[in-house]
Design a binder for this molecule. Sequence first.
Ligand code: GTQ
Ligand code: FE2
Length: 352
Amino acid sequence: MTEAVMTDSAQRAAIADELDQHNCRVAQPTDGPLFTRTPQSAMQAAHWKARDLERLLDKIGANLKLEAGGQRRTLRLANRGLPFGTTPTFWASIQVILPGEIATAHRHTASALRFIMKGRGADTIVDGERYEMNEGDLVLTPSWTWHDHEHKGDEPMIWLDVLDISLVRSMHATFFEGSEAPRQPLAPLPDRSYRMYGSGIMKPLADTPVPDINPLLVYTAERSQEALRLASALPPDPYDDTALEYLNPLTGGPAMPTIGTVLQSLRPGVHTKAHRHTGSVVYYVMRGMGTTIVDGAHFDWGAGDFMAIPPWAVHEHINRSADTPAMLFQVNDIPALKKLGLYREEPADAQI
Ligand code: GTQ
Ligand code: FE2
């Protein structure tokens, strides 16, 4: 690649101050390039081990209070390469809620989702609809929906939270509202959206207009894992083996407009092909053990681990067990990239 040359640096420097007085500038030789040939992400590939996370979660459970005003007790998965967020567009955090606690009601323009990691007996209310949350369930809080959580069980409960905060911030579109009441008033019928659309294959006859946000708020472990089990007999994907995306049942598009959610299984002994794509990914290992290679770094993972893959990093997966499938929940920002026309992918061995 040829470097841009500047033979007029002295002239550029000479007019810089005058331009600056009028809120203008020209490119200076000290500026970084406007473009790079391919994405150069500051985000670093990362691996969080279950053993460390469990210890840290116990620690924040014992030491941090959960106070009114819409606060949450979360362990945020940080990225050393970024000033904010797990990836350039979203934060992945692990939320701890103890028996008897209430995480009080609020709403925000950032879209959020929860994937239940451990425990049972907590419920969340989303725009008045109450949902019980159990291990392996995916629960959505689409943009600007009210939500609060209460734990009625007797063991601490933890779940993964993902919010597209960095994306919403970059667009300067953050709104937040807290509620006076800790919990929302309940609609007469619990699980309404799940009763209407939760089968994924049918919907009520009434011809309701397609709403701006996904009308289905919960995807139970039972139905999503059954779908994955059925799909595992299909020809595998070369890069992801068996992977199913959670859908908005009315549009057929992704469950959230900006955040992609995928349930994935890797057959025993499988070694996928390597590829890269725009968009960042966070993996949560539900079960199994394997290795993910990201730009040459080997992450040996087991149940409860998290991994983060930066945009355009070459990655491949290996299931290191000879007899047990691995199951992973994946979150990415690919729906946002696709909507903006910025999604690209290629095999690692592509000639570019
Ligand atoms: O549970 O509403 O991890 O508002 C970060 C912000 C969780 C939540 C987070 C939130 C929530
Ligand atoms: Fe929230």
